[in-house]
Design a protein. Structure first.
Length: 305
């Protein structure tokens, strides 16, 4: 099983949950770094993954989605300067812990995760997506798992529809109709979660829906089908634009294969120097040492016949 981590969820959460008073020797906040480091170490000790990768967002303003729709995520406040710096520190921490990380100026972390998941499946591997972002549910396939680490919830392929309202393969189309206020994607006015869920029980995709729009009028389970059909007709162009925004790209040009995602031994010397520089005590150092010793013991253990 390959573990793919959506870093932003955990860095942002740490920034808002770990006291801002946690600072380095120069007085710079390192609360997000500490919280992220604790999360990452806990996950490694908990599941001992042989293969793992972490995806970071490099920018919110330079992705291909912003060129398609300039208002995409324009409702979000920029990350505070002290948090931006900590994202870079978190990437360094990943590498020192023996974990490969990725980021792209053209694509978002979701797209990096999608690309890694696609390549790993091509190599015959299943993936566990460690996230809390509903958008990533569209990547789940049989044998995979969506892990809401914060909420202690896991969902297999056949559980995604019950949790999110639609099959993984139809999630991007579902979001194109409902919109996504978090990402500033408007969707089709008047088409909410329940309506979109109902529609995609009967239609395989947005294209199939619009190819047979009159069929919507015949759906007895649908409340006010005439209104829904009219809204879909009136907002066809925006629905297909939204579909381009909600689909996760799985062809990011990154250098990644199964070998590169293999977890390496932590570099204890680099970690100790790093923790000295940011003013951390024994908590994360002890954790790194335990991970190092567990890796060494596992490597030394005799193979079972």
């Amino acid at each position: 099983m390959i573990y793919l981590i959506d870093a932003s969820v955990f860095v942002w959460r740490s920034y808002h949950s770990v006291p801002i008073a946690l600072v380095d020797l120069d007085g710079n906040p390192v609360n997000a770094l500490h919280g992220f480091g604790r999360f990452l170490g806990d996950l490694i000790e908990r599941v001992r993954p042989s293969h793992i990768a972490v995806a970071f967002d490099a920018t919110l303003s330079g992705s291909f989605r912003t060129r398609l729709f300039p208002a995409y995520k324009a409702n979000r406040d920029p990350a505070p300067a002290d948090l931006k710096k900590q994202f870079g520190l978190c990437r360094y921490l990943c590498e020192a812990l023996g974990i490969t990380s990725f980021a792209s100026g053209e694509y978002e972390a979701d797209d990096v995760v999608g690309t890694l998941a696609t390549r790993m499946r091509a190599a015959g591997q299943n993936v566990t997506l460690v996230t809390r972002d509903k958008d990533l549910a569209q990547l789940i396939r049989p044998g995979d798992e969506y892990w809401d680490y914060i909420g202690e919830l896991r969902f297999r392929y056949d559980q995604i529809a019950d949790r999110f309202g639609v099959l993984p393969e139809r999630m991007a189309c579902f979001l194109a109709l409902t919109g996504d206020a978090v990402d500033n994607i408007p969707g089709v006015p008047g088409v909410g979660r329940k309506t979109a869920s109902m529609l995609f029980r009967h239609f395989e995709s947005l294209a199939h829906l619009y190819d047979d729009l009159d069929r919507v009028l015949k759906l007895k389970q649908l409340r006010n089908p005439g209104f829904v059909c009219g809204q879909l007709r009136d907002h066809r162009e925006s629905a297909f634009l939204a579909r381009q925004l909600t689909e996760i790209a799985c062809d990011v040009p990154i250098d990644a294969d199964l070998d590169r995602l293999a977890r390496r031994q932590p570099d204890l010397d680099a970690l100790n120097d790093f923790y000295d520089a940011v003013g951390f005590g024994r908590l994360l150092r002890n954790q790194a040492e335990r991970i190092y010793e567990a890796n060494r013991a596992a490597k030394a253990a005799p193979a079972l016949c």
